[in-house]
Design a protein around this ligand. Structure first.
Ligand code: PHE
Ligand code: ZN
Ligand code: ZN
Ligand code: ZN
Length: 256
Protein backbone atom coordinates (compact mmCIF):
# COMPACT_ATOMS: atom_id res chain seq x y z
CA UNK A 1 0.00 0.00 0.00
CA UNK A 2 1.39 3.40 -0.85
CA UNK A 3 0.43 6.91 0.05
CA UNK A 4 -2.31 7.45 -2.53
CA UNK A 5 -5.04 6.23 -0.18
CA UNK A 6 -5.19 9.18 2.16
CA UNK A 7 -2.40 11.27 0.85
CA UNK A 8 -4.06 13.58 -1.65
CA UNK A 9 -5.83 16.81 -0.85
CA UNK A 10 -9.28 15.39 -1.62
CA UNK A 11 -11.71 15.27 1.27
CA UNK A 12 -12.54 11.61 1.03
CA UNK A 13 -11.51 8.37 -0.63
CA UNK A 14 -14.30 7.89 -3.12
CA UNK A 15 -13.43 4.38 -4.26
CA UNK A 16 -13.57 2.97 -0.74
CA UNK A 17 -16.28 5.34 0.49
CA UNK A 18 -14.10 6.50 3.39
CA UNK A 19 -13.68 9.98 4.79
CA UNK A 20 -10.17 11.47 4.65
CA UNK A 21 -9.76 10.81 8.40
CA UNK A 22 -10.86 7.20 8.00
CA UNK A 23 -8.52 6.78 5.06
CA UNK A 24 -5.59 8.17 7.03
CA UNK A 25 -6.37 5.89 9.96
CA UNK A 26 -6.47 2.88 7.67
CA UNK A 27 -3.20 3.95 6.04
CA UNK A 28 -1.52 4.29 9.44
CA UNK A 29 -2.60 0.81 10.47
CA UNK A 30 -1.38 -0.66 7.20
CA UNK A 31 1.98 1.16 7.49
CA UNK A 32 2.32 -0.10 11.07
CA UNK A 33 2.10 -3.62 9.68
CA UNK A 34 -1.28 -4.50 11.13
CA UNK A 35 -3.24 -7.23 9.42
CA UNK A 36 -6.68 -6.05 8.50
CA UNK A 37 -9.65 -7.85 7.03
CA UNK A 38 -11.36 -5.51 4.63
CA UNK A 39 -14.70 -6.14 2.96
CA UNK A 40 -15.13 -4.23 -0.25
CA UNK A 41 -18.59 -3.76 -1.77
CA UNK A 42 -19.36 -1.92 -4.95
CA UNK A 43 -22.74 -0.24 -4.94
CA UNK A 44 -24.36 2.10 -7.42
CA UNK A 45 -21.04 2.68 -9.08
CA UNK A 46 -22.53 3.75 -12.38
CA UNK A 47 -23.63 7.36 -12.56
CA UNK A 48 -25.24 8.99 -15.56
CA UNK A 49 -27.18 12.09 -16.34
CA UNK A 50 -30.12 12.15 -18.69
CA UNK A 51 -33.03 14.35 -19.68
CA UNK A 52 -36.70 13.46 -19.59
CA UNK A 53 -39.60 15.39 -21.08
CA UNK A 54 -43.25 16.01 -20.33
CA UNK A 55 -45.63 16.21 -23.30
CA UNK A 56 -48.42 18.75 -22.88
CA UNK A 57 -51.45 19.48 -25.07
CA UNK A 58 -53.69 22.37 -24.10
CA UNK A 59 -57.15 23.35 -25.29
CA UNK A 60 -58.15 26.83 -24.18
CA UNK A 61 -61.81 27.83 -23.93
CA UNK A 62 -63.42 30.49 -26.11
CA UNK A 63 -62.58 33.92 -24.69
CA UNK A 64 -66.24 34.87 -24.15
CA UNK A 65 -67.02 31.56 -22.45
CA UNK A 66 -63.96 31.24 -20.17
CA UNK A 67 -64.84 29.97 -16.67
CA UNK A 68 -61.23 30.56 -15.64
CA UNK A 69 -60.96 26.92 -14.59
CA UNK A 70 -58.43 24.29 -15.64
CA UNK A 71 -58.73 20.49 -15.64
CA UNK A 72 -55.82 18.11 -16.19
CA UNK A 73 -55.70 14.54 -17.51
CA UNK A 74 -52.35 12.81 -16.97
CA UNK A 75 -50.38 9.61 -17.41
CA UNK A 76 -46.68 8.72 -17.55
CA UNK A 77 -44.88 7.63 -20.72
CA UNK A 78 -41.78 6.09 -19.10
CA UNK A 79 -41.52 2.55 -17.77
CA UNK A 80 -39.07 0.68 -15.55
CA UNK A 81 -35.96 -0.80 -17.10
CA UNK A 82 -36.59 -4.28 -18.45
CA UNK A 83 -40.36 -3.86 -18.57
CA UNK A 84 -41.99 -2.92 -21.89
CA UNK A 85 -44.64 -1.01 -19.95
CA UNK A 86 -47.72 -1.91 -21.99
CA UNK A 87 -49.91 -1.47 -18.95
CA UNK A 88 -47.52 0.69 -16.88
CA UNK A 89 -48.10 3.11 -18.37
CA UNK A 90 -48.67 2.91 -22.13
CA UNK A 91 -52.30 2.14 -21.20
CA UNK A 92 -52.69 5.52 -19.49
CA UNK A 93 -50.69 7.31 -22.19
CA UNK A 94 -52.89 5.88 -24.96
CA UNK A 95 -56.05 6.72 -23.03
CA UNK A 96 -54.85 10.29 -22.48
CA UNK A 97 -54.21 10.68 -26.22
CA UNK A 98 -57.64 9.27 -27.03
CA UNK A 99 -59.34 11.59 -24.55
CA UNK A 100 -57.47 14.53 -26.08
CA UNK A 101 -58.71 13.49 -29.51
CA UNK A 102 -62.32 13.07 -28.40
CA UNK A 103 -62.52 16.14 -26.15
CA UNK A 104 -60.77 18.43 -28.64
CA UNK A 105 -64.17 18.71 -30.34
CA UNK A 106 -66.34 19.91 -27.45
CA UNK A 107 -67.16 23.58 -26.85
CA UNK A 108 -65.34 24.07 -23.54
CA UNK A 109 -65.52 26.79 -20.92
CA UNK A 110 -62.73 25.16 -18.90
CA UNK A 111 -59.13 24.88 -20.10
CA UNK A 112 -58.17 21.27 -20.84
CA UNK A 113 -54.59 20.08 -20.32
CA UNK A 114 -53.53 16.60 -21.41
CA UNK A 115 -50.09 15.70 -20.09
CA UNK A 116 -47.90 12.63 -20.31
CA UNK A 117 -45.11 12.85 -17.77
CA UNK A 118 -41.57 11.55 -18.03
CA UNK A 119 -39.51 9.93 -15.27
CA UNK A 120 -42.45 8.91 -13.08
CA UNK A 121 -40.62 5.72 -12.17
CA UNK A 122 -37.61 7.73 -10.95
CA UNK A 123 -39.63 9.42 -8.23
CA UNK A 124 -42.39 11.37 -10.01
CA UNK A 125 -39.74 13.69 -11.45
CA UNK A 126 -41.77 14.87 -14.45
CA UNK A 127 -44.91 15.71 -12.49
CA UNK A 128 -42.97 17.44 -9.70
CA UNK A 129 -41.14 19.50 -12.34
CA UNK A 130 -44.44 20.35 -14.04
CA UNK A 131 -46.18 21.43 -10.83
CA UNK A 132 -43.11 23.56 -10.11
CA UNK A 133 -43.83 25.55 -13.30
CA UNK A 134 -47.39 26.41 -12.24
CA UNK A 135 -48.13 29.84 -10.80
CA UNK A 136 -50.23 30.20 -7.64
CA UNK A 137 -52.95 31.57 -9.89
CA UNK A 138 -52.93 28.48 -12.15
CA UNK A 139 -52.91 26.15 -9.13
CA UNK A 140 -55.93 27.97 -7.71
CA UNK A 141 -57.78 27.66 -11.02
CA UNK A 142 -57.06 23.93 -11.43
CA UNK A 143 -60.21 22.20 -10.27
CA UNK A 144 -59.24 18.60 -10.94
CA UNK A 145 -56.40 16.27 -11.97
CA UNK A 146 -57.21 12.79 -13.34
CA UNK A 147 -54.17 10.46 -13.37
CA UNK A 148 -54.36 7.31 -15.50
CA UNK A 149 -51.73 4.76 -14.48
CA UNK A 150 -52.18 1.03 -15.25
CA UNK A 151 -55.66 1.10 -16.71
CA UNK A 152 -55.59 -1.70 -19.31
CA UNK A 153 -54.48 -5.03 -17.89
CA UNK A 154 -56.87 -7.94 -18.44
CA UNK A 155 -55.22 -9.65 -15.43
CA UNK A 156 -55.71 -6.86 -12.89
CA UNK A 157 -58.65 -6.13 -10.61
CA UNK A 158 -61.41 -3.56 -10.73
CA UNK A 159 -61.13 0.08 -11.64
CA UNK A 160 -60.36 1.98 -8.44
CA UNK A 161 -59.66 5.63 -7.63
CA UNK A 162 -56.94 6.53 -5.17
CA UNK A 163 -56.39 9.87 -3.46
CA UNK A 164 -53.32 10.77 -1.42
CA UNK A 165 -55.33 11.31 1.78
CA UNK A 166 -57.93 8.61 1.10
CA UNK A 167 -60.72 11.18 1.09
CA UNK A 168 -63.23 11.84 -1.66
CA UNK A 169 -62.84 14.97 -3.77
CA UNK A 170 -64.39 16.41 -6.91
CA UNK A 171 -62.45 13.96 -9.09
CA UNK A 172 -63.59 10.85 -7.20
CA UNK A 173 -67.12 12.27 -6.85
CA UNK A 174 -67.39 12.66 -10.61
CA UNK A 175 -65.74 9.25 -11.17
CA UNK A 176 -68.22 7.60 -8.80
CA UNK A 177 -71.24 9.32 -10.29
CA UNK A 178 -70.33 8.65 -13.90
CA UNK A 179 -69.06 5.14 -13.16
CA UNK A 180 -72.33 4.14 -11.48
CA UNK A 181 -74.29 5.33 -14.51
CA UNK A 182 -72.02 4.07 -17.27
CA UNK A 183 -70.64 0.82 -15.95
CA UNK A 184 -70.31 -0.21 -12.31
CA UNK A 185 -69.52 1.26 -8.93
CA UNK A 186 -65.99 2.66 -8.79
CA UNK A 187 -64.57 2.53 -5.26
CA UNK A 188 -61.88 4.82 -3.95
CA UNK A 189 -59.07 4.40 -1.44
CA UNK A 190 -55.76 5.83 -0.28
CA UNK A 191 -52.59 5.52 -2.33
CA UNK A 192 -49.79 7.76 -3.51
CA UNK A 193 -47.11 6.49 -5.89
CA UNK A 194 -48.17 8.19 -9.12
CA UNK A 195 -48.26 11.62 -10.77
CA UNK A 196 -51.38 12.77 -8.90
CA UNK A 197 -49.20 13.22 -5.77
CA UNK A 198 -47.43 16.52 -6.65
CA UNK A 199 -50.79 18.07 -7.60
CA UNK A 200 -52.40 16.90 -4.40
CA UNK A 201 -49.51 18.32 -2.39
CA UNK A 202 -50.23 21.83 -3.69
CA UNK A 203 -53.94 21.49 -3.00
CA UNK A 204 -55.30 20.45 -6.39
CA UNK A 205 -58.08 17.82 -6.08
CA UNK A 206 -56.48 14.79 -7.74
CA UNK A 207 -56.97 11.04 -8.04
CA UNK A 208 -55.22 8.04 -9.54
CA UNK A 209 -57.34 5.75 -11.73
CA UNK A 210 -55.87 2.22 -11.69
CA UNK A 211 -57.04 -1.39 -11.74
CA UNK A 212 -56.52 -2.88 -8.32
CA UNK A 213 -55.11 -5.32 -7.33
CA UNK A 214 -52.40 -4.95 -9.95
CA UNK A 215 -51.54 -7.73 -12.42
CA UNK A 216 -48.78 -10.30 -11.78
CA UNK A 217 -46.75 -8.79 -14.67
CA UNK A 218 -46.34 -5.44 -12.87
CA UNK A 219 -42.78 -4.15 -13.48
CA UNK A 220 -41.71 -7.35 -15.27
CA UNK A 221 -40.68 -8.12 -18.87
CA UNK A 222 -44.14 -9.70 -19.20
CA UNK A 223 -45.91 -6.31 -19.15
CA UNK A 224 -46.64 -6.68 -22.87
CA UNK A 225 -49.43 -5.65 -25.21
CA UNK A 226 -51.03 -9.10 -25.40
CA UNK A 227 -52.17 -8.59 -21.78
CA UNK A 228 -54.07 -5.40 -22.63
CA UNK A 229 -57.85 -5.50 -22.65
CA UNK A 230 -59.58 -3.10 -25.04
CA UNK A 231 -62.75 -3.35 -22.92
CA UNK A 232 -60.89 -2.14 -19.84
CA UNK A 233 -59.35 0.78 -21.74
CA UNK A 234 -62.77 1.64 -23.14
CA UNK A 235 -64.39 1.61 -19.67
CA UNK A 236 -61.86 3.98 -18.09
CA UNK A 237 -61.87 6.25 -21.14
CA UNK A 238 -65.66 6.57 -20.96
CA UNK A 239 -65.72 7.25 -17.22
CA UNK A 240 -62.89 9.79 -17.19
CA UNK A 241 -63.98 11.30 -20.51
CA UNK A 242 -67.54 11.86 -19.23
CA UNK A 243 -66.27 13.25 -15.92
CA UNK A 244 -64.01 15.74 -17.70
CA UNK A 245 -66.85 16.63 -20.06
CA UNK A 246 -69.07 17.45 -17.07
CA UNK A 247 -66.48 19.93 -15.82
CA UNK A 248 -65.37 21.38 -19.10
CA UNK A 249 -68.40 21.64 -21.39
CA UNK A 250 -69.64 25.21 -21.75
CA UNK A 251 -73.20 24.19 -20.88
CA UNK A 252 -72.25 22.79 -17.47
CA UNK A 253 -71.80 25.06 -14.43
CA UNK A 254 -68.34 25.80 -13.03
CA UNK A 255 -67.14 23.34 -10.39
CA UNK A 256 -66.84 25.84 -7.55
N1 PHE B 1 -47.03 4.44 -9.87
C1 PHE B 1 -46.90 3.01 -9.87
C2 PHE B 1 -45.98 2.68 -10.99
O1 PHE B 1 -45.94 3.36 -11.98
C3 PHE B 1 -48.20 2.37 -10.07
C4 PHE B 1 -48.87 1.97 -8.81
C5 PHE B 1 -49.53 2.90 -8.02
C6 PHE B 1 -48.84 0.65 -8.44
C7 PHE B 1 -50.14 2.51 -6.88
C8 PHE B 1 -49.46 0.27 -7.29
C9 PHE B 1 -50.14 1.19 -6.50
O2 PHE B 1 -45.26 1.73 -10.90
ZN1 ZN C 1 -44.38 1.48 -12.60
ZN1 ZN D 1 -47.07 3.67 -13.45
ZN1 ZN E 1 -68.52 24.36 -17.37
Amino acid sequence: MNGTLGGTNSDFVPVLGLSKAQGEELLEKLEAGETLTVTVAVEGAEVSESTSHNVIATKKPDKEKDSGQIVIVGAHHDSVEGAPGANDDASGTATTLELARVLSDIPNDTELRFITFGAEENGLLGSYAYVDTLTEDEIGRTVGMFQLDMVGSRDAGKLTMFTVDGKANIVTDLGSGVGARLSEKVNYGKEGRSDHVPFSEVGVPAALFIHSPTEPWYHTPEDTIDKISKAKLQEVAEIVGAAVYLIAHEDTPPVK
